[in-house]
Design a protein around this ligand. Structure first.
Ligand SMILES: Nc1ncnc2c1ncn2[C@@H]1O[C@H](COP(=O)(O)OP(=O)(O)OP(=O)(O)O)[C@@H](O)[C@H]1O
Ligand SMILES: CCCCCCCCCCCCC/C=C/[C@@H](O)[C@H](CO)NC(C)=O
Ligand SMILES: [Ca+2]
Length: 500
């Protein structure tokens, strides 16, 4: 009993049930000798290769009915004491995300596990874009221990906007104020991956697998996440947790939106087209370096479960909350200004690892350190840009190029040259009328039109933006990527298996 009451063992248990066994079972093995055997089954998390989790079970038999019931009772009580586990979830399914398998994935792989773990659910199958977001402003949110989204990064973004927006509305915070201290959202979001990129799931769990994600929800994992707010002229545009990309990733997204019918393949098609077009964009980027964090984007170590850099930021955040009312430090801190011609500007709040790019766009970025990595890819040859892109997919250092710079920042602003010119010389009719073309050299790939910002897979309407990272603004049912104890490919035993 002493060992079973150990917290780590209980953490891995999904459910405990009395076992009804049939004649066939009774006639097998040593249990045949038992006059009237009694049994209970423990369902537990089995850790498999590459961060995959599976539900496994083990059945315990004994002749004493009273003893058997005592075990069931004791284990159920211990499970009941796990307060971080959700009991009531609100589930949104996007039936059109990714390969359009969201509904099937949920019904066949996830719902049976939730039911085994005695989790009640209210399920909404979305009928249009923004259905989930709008609904989150209306529901009795206090009834739920968490919200689950079945879909891709876009669906997650919708649910996140609904929850964060609802929190700010309920607390009287004006989201249009870029300097407003936002209220943290304590209702966790679970992601059941059924999209095209599923970068947020991959970067926080380590694998795109609906069963693994469902099990992280069941055991009540909690991973805080940084969120960036994006504003234009004191107007709130969007929140971002993964990629804010201008130039290359913005152009891919814009082109791929017209090809949604292609499913996840649309990104490869538009990626190839955008690579060939090789457009660069002129503009000014100003940023405040993140001096509060311990890490740097060139670190060799990545953010993993229990990351000490994220923990340090959590402590700093708690101290800041205590000192609320004092003038914010960041207003006085220095801004660095860089003008240039960029093929891509990528600001990432997390590594942005996904199956296409297993280490991500910034392998050392942290999930919850209160900073984003700002990657500036300056104008270079097509061949050099290809070398850079190939490094998204292999182990080589993506930042080891003369035309790539990376900074860890807590806020930044961008204005395109085109909008600067238009603002400074609004009466120059010729410039405005012909602004869409490069008049100097039509074949040089420079583009005097603006690119589009890709904000977690959604386009933004404005090219001039103001971005601020909000440390740990929300939480996921996840634990970050676990370090493999026996090397990348080896199975690691769960606490329940070690006990067995
Ligand atoms: N019923 C619906 N009909 C049309 N669009 C929807 C519906 N439900 C949600 N959406 C929208 O679909 C968009 C894309 O969905 P989702 O993120 O699930 O898939 P994806 O774009 O294929 O994957 P990824 O974002 O990972 O690239 C979301 O922005 C969401 O707002
Ligand atoms: C010649 C080889 C080039 C290969 C380059 C592949 C790199 C792919 C990296 C994708 C990173 C995606 C970052 C995540 C972005 C998501 O927010 C968004 C929405 O799902 N997805 C995309 C593709 O914009
Ligand atoms: Ca971060």
């Amino acid at each position: 009993h002493c060992q079973i009451s150990g917290l780590d063992v209980i953490e891995g248990i999904i459910a405990v049930e009395e076992t009804e066994f049939n004649k066939k079972q009774r006639n097998t093995g040593k249990w045949q000798k038992m006059a009237k055997p009694h049994a209970f089954t423990v369902y537990y998390v089995k850790k498999a290769r590459n961060h995959r989790w599976r539900c496994s079970d083990v059945t315990f038999w004994c002749v004493d009915e009273h003893l058997c019931n005592q075990w069931i009772q004791a284990l159920k009580e211990l499970l009941e004491m796990q307060k971080s586990r959700p009991k009531q979830l609100l589930v949104y399914i996007n039936p059109y995300g990714g390969r359009r398998q969201g509904k099937r994935i949920y019904e066949q792989k996830v719902a049976p596990l939730f039911s085994l773990a005695s989790i009640s659910t209210d399920v909404v199958i979305t009928e249009h874009a923004n259905h989930a977001k709008d609904n989150l402003f209306e529901v009795n949110i206090n009834k739920y221990d968490g919200v689950v989204c079945v879909g891709g990064d876009g669906m997650f973004s919708e649910v996140m906007h609904g929850l964060i927006g609802r929190m700010q509305k309920d607390s009287g915070i004006d989201q249009n104020n870029p300097k407003a201290p936002l209220v943290q959202c304590n209702i966790r979001i679970g992601i059941i991956p059924a999209g095209s990129t599923d970068c947020i799931c991959y970067s926080t769990v380590g694998i795109i697998d609906p069963v693994t994600s469902a099990l992280h929800i069941i055991v009540g994992d909690c991973q805080p996440l940084d969120v960036s707010s994006v504003h234009h002229n004191n107007t709130f545009l969007k929140y971002s947790v993964s990629l804010l990309g201008y130039g290359f990733y913005g152009d891919i997204l814009k082109d791929s939106e017209k090809k949604r019918w292609m499913g996840p393949m649309r990104y490869d098609y538009s990626g190839f087209k955008t690579f060939l077009s090789h457009h660069y964009y002129e503009g000014t980027i100003s940023f405040q370096p993140a001096r509060h964090t311990l890490g740097s984007p060139r670190d060799k170590d990545s953010c993993r479960t229990g990351c000490y850099i994220c923990k340090k930021s959590e402590q700093q955040l708690a101290e800041q909350h205590k000192e609320r009312g004092l003038k914010r430090e960041e207003d006085e801190e220095e801004w660095k200004v860089i003008k240039g011609k960029f093929l891509a500007i990528n600001a990432v709040n997390m590594s942005c690892a996904c199956p296409r790019s297993p280490k991500g766009l910034s392998p050392a970025a942290h999930l919850a350190d209160g900073s984003a990595d700002l990657i500036l890819v300056r104008k270079c040859s097509r061949f050099d840009f290809l070398r850079y892109l190939v490094r998204h997919t292999n182990q080589d250092d993506q930042f080891d190029f003369s035309f790539v710079d990376v900074y860890r920042v807590k806020s930044f602003q961008f204005t395109s040259k085109l909008s600067e010119d238009n603002e400074s010389n609004v009466t120059d009719i010729g410039k405005k009328r012909f602004g869409q073309f490069c008049r100097d050299h039509p074949a040089c790939c420079c583009n005097s039109a603006n690119s589009t910002w890709n904000c977690d897979g959604e386009t933004l309407d404005s090219s001039a933006i103001e971005v601020r990272v909000h440390c740990q603004l929300m939480k996921l049912f996840a634990r970050g990527i676990e370090e493999n104890c026996k090397g990348e490919d080896a199975d690691s035993q769960s606490s329940v298996e070690q006990l067995l």
